[in-house]
Design a protein around this ligand. Structure first.
Ligand code: CA2
Length: 143
C-alpha cells in the first residue's frame, strides 16, 4: 500500500519554536517516525512538505492513480483553503487529516477545517503520534 503524507506551511519548523503547543520534536523526528512506521507496517510511505498552497494542490493531483491513501496536515491552510478541499475531492483518494495540536481547544478561527470536509477521519491533539495513527487507520481500512 502506498501512502502519501502531506504537510503544509511552517511544519518544517517544528521543534524550533512554540514547544508548548507543538511539542519539542523536530520535523526530522517526524520524518524518522514515518520511515520507521513504513518499515514496521510494510507500507510504502512518501512524504511532501510545502509552504505554498498551489504546490500542495499540485501534489494532491499528482497522487491521482499512484497513491492509495493520503495523510494530510494542511497547517494554516486547513482553515482557509477551498483549493486543497477541492483537490482532495477531485482525486477521491481516502484521506485522513492530522493536527498535532488540539485545534478545538484553540482560537475560534482554527475550529473550521475545509480540508477535513474531504477527509474521512481526523486526528487532533495527539502530537506526532497522530501521523502514525492516521497511517494505521488507512492500512486497517484500505490495505
Ligand atoms: O496542530 C496542527 O498540526 C496545526 O495544523 C499546525 C498549524 C496551525 O496553523 C493549525 O491551526 C494547527 C501551524 C503549523 C506551524 O508550526 C509551527 C512550527 C514551529 C513554530 C511555529 C509554528
Amino acid at each position: 500500500m502506498k501512502i502519501l503524507v502531506i504537510n503544509g506551511p511552517n511544519l518544517n519548523m517544528l521543534g524550533i519554536r512554540e514547544p508548548g503547543i507543538y511539542g519539542s520534536s523536530t520535523f526530522a523526528d517526524l520524518l524518522a517516525l514515518l520511515e520507521q512506521t513504513g518499515k514496521e507496517e510494510n507500507l510504502e510511505i512518501q512524504q511532501y512538505q510545502s509552504n505554498h498552497e498551489g504546490d500542495l494542490v499540485d501534489k494532491i493531483q499528482w497522487a491521482y492513480g499512484k497513491i492509495d491513501g493520503i495523510v494530510i496536515n494542511p497547517a494554516a491552510y486547513t482553515h482557509t483553503s477551498v483549493a486543497i478541499l477541492d483537490a482532495l475531492k477531485a482525486v477521491r483518494i481516502p484521506a485522513v487529516e492530522v493536527h498535532i495540536s488540539d485545534v478545538d481547544a484553540r482560537e475560534a478561527f482554527r475550529q473550521i477545517s475545509y480540508a477535513g470536509m474531504a477527509c474521512e477521519h481526523t486526528i487532533k491533539g495527539h502530537g506526532l503520534a497522530g501521523y502514525r495513527e492516521a497511517i494505521l487507520y488507512l492500512k486497517a481500512h484500505y490495505a
